[in-house]
Structures are given as C-alpha cells and as structure tokens.
Design a protein. Structure first.
Length: 568
C-alpha cells in the first residue's frame, strides 16, 4: 500500500471523500443499454411525436451498447456498509404503522391557501387523505384519481404505493355566476384529463373559467398535482402502509403566456409568479423544499428524516425530481410525466389508487400491449410479466418481496442518501458500476453531445474533505477518529480521521438523542489522513443550538465516535 506523507499543510482534493449525485437522471439511466434489446433511454429521449416537447431521439445512441457511464448510486453493497442489515429491526410492523403524515399536517396548521403553513411546513399541502370519499373528492377541492402505472411506478419494483390527487384553481370550481358548482368542477376536471392527453385541442373550460382557452397537452395555470408515496405493508389491504415515504407536490404557477420553457433562463415575468423566485430564488426556497423547473411548474418535495418526520427536501435532493419534471428532454409538452394522461377510463378513474383490475392495454403506438413491450425493451423478454387469472396485471410483490424492499428503503432513510437516488435495489445488477471509475465522468466533449446542460459538479451533498500531507512518511495502522479541534467551539471545528484502507466511509454529526444533524463526508476515500470542518450548522444550513454532539465515523465495518461541545 502506498505511504502517505504527513505534515500540517492541508491540501484540497478535487474528488476526495464525497460521492456527488448523478444530476437529474432517473434509475433507468443506471442500466446498460444493449443494442436492439435493452433501451430504457427511449422513454425520455423521444422523436418529435404529438405531445412531445423536443426531438432528441438521437441521444439514445449516445452510449455505446453494453456500456454504462453512470455509477450505481444505490448499490446494495454500499447501503449494507452505511446501514448494516443486522441493525434493521426484525419486526417492522410498528415502523410501518407510524402516521408521520398526520403529524406533519398538524405542524403545518394554516389555511387551505398555498404557502399558509408554519415554519418549514410553509408549503406543505393542505390535503387530508383520510377525507377522500368514494367519488375521489377530499377536502379543499382535492380529488383522487386512479391511473395505469408506467414502468417507473410498479410497487413490486420500487417498493411503494403511489396515490394521486389533483386540484384546479378556484375559478374552475365555480359557475358563470361565481357560485361554487360541483358539477362544473367535475366537468373541468374531466376536461383537464382530456387536454393533458391531447384528446381535446380547442375550446374553453366551463363556468367562470370560460375565459380560459384550451391549450393542447398543457394544463391551465393554478393546477396542482399531488403524489403521495406510501410504504408497502403486507398486513394492510392493498399493501398500503400508514407510513408515508415521500410527498411530491407540483403546482403550475406560471401562466403559459409568460412561460419561456428555457431551463437555464427564467424570465422576469416567470419570477413574478414562481413561488421559488418569490421566496428569493432556488437557495432560499430550498428551505421549504421548493424548486422551479423552468417550464412553469414549482415542485415541492418532503421526505423522511431518520426518525420518520417528513422534512423539506434539500436543493440537491430536488434535482432528481427535476430529472423527469423539466423541459430539456422529449417528454410530454408540459414537461411533466402526467399520470393524468393515464387515468383509468370512467368513474373507476376517480377513486383512490389501488393496483387491482388494471389490464395491460394494447398500445397502437407500440403495436402491442404496453407492459409486455416494456419488459422486452428493459429485460429482453416478457417472461417476468406476471398476470392474474382475469387477465389483469399483478403489480404487487409477495409479502417477502415487500419486506425486502422496505428493508432496503430503511437503509436509504437511515443513511439519508436521497440525493443519490431513492428507489430500492434488492441486488446489484451486473450492468451497474459499484465504485466510481474512470467512466464515471464522461469527457467534456461527450458530456455536451449527450446532454447539453449536464453538469456533474453543480450539486455536492457535502463539502470537500482535505488530505493531510507532509514531510514524514506514515502509514495509518488503523481507522481512527481524532478529537475535534477546537473543542469546545463556536464558529467551526476541524474533524480529523485516518483510514487504514481505501473504501466506503461516512462521517456524520448526531445529536445525543441519536437524531442525525449533518452529513460531513460520504463515499469512497483512499487510505490516509483526512480533515473536514464542521461549521456548527445542520443539514438545512441553520445554526445548531448549544450542546454536546456526537461525531461518528463509519468505515471498514467499524464505527467510532467523539463528543463535540458547541457553545453559542
């Protein structure tokens, strides 16, 4: 093993300890693309077909067959090191029964108005899912709908139950006289579905919204879409657990007349309407889980902290949402993967989502049944497509499969590695890279050819660590965490540690209660001495209160801790 030279001089390394998140790409991008067999690229990079935003089908060929340039950021081996399987409770029934949504809704308080919540819950939705009736209507104008899940949303693959609600702006709920009118509202909701599908291309909406012209494939300003992701619980009907994984809220805030549809440019008029920009821009808005997609939509995300509390997603974590909900690829015109377009026909489509009675409908565009084609494109064969006796699709896993997926996601939550991905993977695919390699970053010329706006260095979950180098040659004999200095501290403190061998590691600050406060370093590190500075702030950049904190290093199967005293 090469020796290290140790002195007091600190040198910043370009890619030391942290693992940077892959920017704005969904899990399918981690799969090898095999010529004429596996091509998951085609679901985003499409031809200029009706309803598509861009013609970027040429980008499907940017990768050579059987070549994957992306790191598998949720490799199970990495998660097992971060959160060893033996630390997961044997019985997760109590974990799944936690009503973390009700707690967040109570903390929100406020009125039905968007942005009326308290504190970090300023933009938490006002929906109470428990109030959803048989016609799909819940409180405050929200209505649930049932859809035919696409390849991104099968519970037996991603370990979640997704339920959806939609709400239109106030004028869509009123008749021409200005009175609330349920029938008018139902008509406008159904019309929005048909407009999103491109089935209705001309005319106006109903009632007080008669001044609103239909724009094909575009939902009107003021439309709100909620996606709630629940854990799988085999003991409950339909496997929907009480506990929620994630809240995704999409608000069409910018009128089409002012929407420039340029991701890297936001016009002054857009900024007058976008909640993200009204909060001062992406960085301040991130405190509330807000992000603007550059195409008229503000996107809000809440996700679990290690203790199950739903918290705003960070700016880094929201980049994955922008991977599907932005206007830079050939996805639908509204830069939004509209499950609205895939609503189940008839009254059955206006109910809470379940996974019963859904057929593999024939697709004229594909020339065959949709999910069968998806399996052929993704796995090379439709042999894994499970069906029921009545001809419907089996979307749900076995109880054992549900438990395995929940355990994987438990590791993601405890490690808080959402910025790197959030779909559990039960086993490593041979086509997924386990460690950063020379192919992790494409040459600059290839990056521009593959994706003009691609910028791997834009979002870093942690600050760079520093390597300690110098005169004497010293080989670390063990993995050590040294006392931080100064201690006690006020403005900041330096944390030094040594690694005996190269490998995966994490350095985390915890409160004495066990709650995670700040991730300081995470990823692959070479053997040697390292130093990271903690500025006394939490994950959201807020100053931590005075008190004693635990700094914990996990590497090579070892976990060591030191106490740090913060004085304000």
């Amino acid at each position: 093993m090469p020796r290290l030279r140790v002195v007091a001089l600190l040198v910043i390394l370009a890619l030391p300890v942290q693992v940077r998140p892959q920017e704005r790409i969904p899990p399918e991008c981690y799969l090898d693309q095999k010529a004429n067999t596996i091509n998951t690229c085609k679901y985003c990079h499409t031809s200029n077909q009706p309803g598509a935003l861009n013609n970027d089908i040429d980008r499907q060929s940017a990768f050579s067959p059987q070549e994957n340039k992306f790191l598998n950021v949720l490799d199970p081996g990495r998660l097992d090191q971060l959160v060893p399987p033996e630390t997961i409770p044997a019985d997760l029934s109590g974990f799944l029964a936690l009503d973390n949504y009700a707690a967040a809704l109570q903390a929100r308080g406020g009125t039905a108005e968007v942005g009326s919540g308290r504190g970090v819950y300023k933009y938490f939705p006002d929906l109470d899912p428990a109030q959803t009736g048989p016609d799909g209507f819940a409180n405050n104008g929200w209505r649930a709908w049932k859809w035919k899940p696409n390849q991104l949303a099968w519970p037996r693959f991603n370990g979640r139950i997704q339920q959806n609600w939609v709400r239109l702006a106030d004028k869509f709920q009123r008749n021409a006289a200005g009175a609330y009118d349920l029938e008018i509202y139902k008509q406008n909701l159904s019309l929005v579905i048909e407009v999103a599908r491109g089935a209705v291309t001309t005319g106006t909406y109903r009632g007080q919204a008669a001044d609103e012209q239909v724009v094909p494939y575009r939902v009107p300003a003021g439309t709100e879409i909620l996606h709630y992701l629940y854990y799988l619980d085999p003991s409950r009907p339909g496997m929907k657990a009480t506990r929620i994984k994630e809240v995704r809220w999409n608000l069409k805030t910018v009128p089409l007349a002012y929407n420039q549809s340029y991701f890297n440019y936001v016009s002054p008029k857009e900024k007058e309407y976008s909640l993200t920009w009204l909060e001062g821009g992406p960085a301040p808005a991130a405190a509330y889980g807000l992000a603007y997609n550059g195409d008229g939509w503000d996107i809000i995300g809440f996700i679990e902290s290690p203790d199950g509390i739903l918290r705003p997603q960070s700016q880094q974590e929201m980049t994955q949402c922008l991977g599907c909900h932005s206007g830079r690829i050939g996805i639908p015109v509204d830069s939004h993967w509209h499950s609205l377009q895939r609503q189940i026909p008839g009254t059955a489509g206006w109910t809470l989502q379940d996974y019963q009675g859904i057929y593999d409908y024939y697709s004229a565009g594909l020339g065959q049944a949709e999910m069968a084609e998806t399996f052929v494109s993704t796995f090379g064969s439709a042999s894994g497509l499970k069906g029921n006796a009545d001809g419907t699709i089996d979307y749900l896993p076995t109880p054992a499969g549900a438990d395995a997926l929940t355990r994987r996601y438990y590791q993601i939550v405890q490690s808080q590695s959402f910025a790197l991905g959030r779909d559990p993977v039960l086993k490593a695919d041979p086509g997924m890279q386990r460690q950063p390699a020379t192919t992790r970053f494409r040459p600059q010329a290839e990056q521009q050819a593959w994706y003009p706006a691609l910028d791997f260095a834009r979002f870093d979950p942690v600050a760079p660590a520093t390597a300690v180098t110098g005169e004497a040659e010293v080989l670390p004999r063990a993995t050590r965490l040294y006392p931080n200095h100064p201690n006690p501290f006020n403005g900041g403190t330096q944390v030094r540690f040594s690694l005996a061998d190269a490998g995966l590691m994490t350095l985390v600050v915890h409160a004495l209660s066990g709650q995670r406060v700040r991730l300081l370093a995470d990823g692959m590190a070479q053997a040697g001495d390292w130093a990271v500075t903690w500025d006394g702030r939490d994950e959201w950049g807020r100053p931590c209160a005075s008190g004693t904190y635990l700094i914990q290093l996990a590497a090579h199967g070892q976990v060591v801790s030191r106490k740090a005293l913060l004085l304000r």
